[in-house]
Design a protein around this ligand. Structure first.
Ligand code: SAH
Length: 215
């Protein structure tokens, strides 16, 4: 038998803390934004487990503790304009909406983008804009950004994204040569270049160039 919802939500928050999500603002945002709204169908009753789950278009909603750790590493300030590449379910963008002034999120599957947009409307998250686009080129019309988060893995940090980061800005993304070996890295743009820091091993779906063909 499954535990009552309140119990599952408590375990959800406990899992975040025990995996190293300690930032108060991040925890508050993750307590407020109900992951249950972003997981549909077969896996809906597993929404409060600390595990990635399948969503439409063969993609995944990230593991909650990874969302928490990435968001924490991004160190978002209330005045920030943030770009997310890889809207997926919209969960990560909704968390960011609680921390930033403005969030742009781009997704190559139009269907995922539209479904996420509906949830943003239902939740009245007026500071999130979802767009159907190939995010490997960033979002030049809104650049530069204070923060950029990529939730799909490329071999390296894509050049256009590095270029669209403000000086002093932070980008967090998974990088790796294969599906099996990836690490989450944090890139800080300095006056004369970029500082790279490895955070932890992760596993994400790949960053794919071009719009999806099911659009
Ligand atoms: N942040 C999401 C996780 C989504 S998984 C969430 O909270 O649910 C990664 C997503 O990145 C997938 O939906 C995939 O379609 C998308 N993606 C992959 N390559 C992309 C690209 N070049 N541009 C935009 N989105 C991309």
């Amino acid at each position: 038998m499954t535990e009552p919802l309140a119990e599952r939500k408590m375990q959800f928050m406990y899992a975040l803390r025990s995996k190293g999500v300690t930032d108060k603002a991040v925890l508050t945002a993750m307590e407020k934004i109900d992951r249950g709204l972003f997981v549909k169908g077969l896996f809906a009753d597993r929404a409060y487990e600390d595990t990635p789950l399948p969503i439409a278009c063969g993609q995944t909603i990230s593991q909650p503790s990874v969302v928490g750790l990435m968001t924490q590493a991004l160190n978002v300030n209330p005045r920030d304009k943030v770009l997310e590449v890889g809207t997926g379910s919209g969960y990560q963008a909704a968390i960011l909406s609680q921390l930033a002034r403005r969030v742009y999120t781009v997704e190559r599957h139009r269907r995922l983008m539209t479904e996420a947009q509906q949830i943003f409307q239902e939740l009245d998250l007026a500071n999130v804009t979802a767009l159907a686009a190939d995010g490997s080129f960033g979002l030049p019309e809104q650049a530069p950004f204070d923060r950029i988060i990529v939730t799909a893995a490329a071999e390296d940090a894509p050049g256009p994204l590095l270029a669209q980061l403000k000086v002093g800005g932070i980008m967090v993304l998974p990088v790796g040569q294969s599906d099996a070996v990836q690490s989450m890295i944090k890139v800080v743009r300095t006056d004369d270049g970029y500082d790279y820091q490895e955070i932890r091993p992760v596993r994400f779906v790949p960053l794919v160039e071009g719009m999806a063909r099911d659009n």
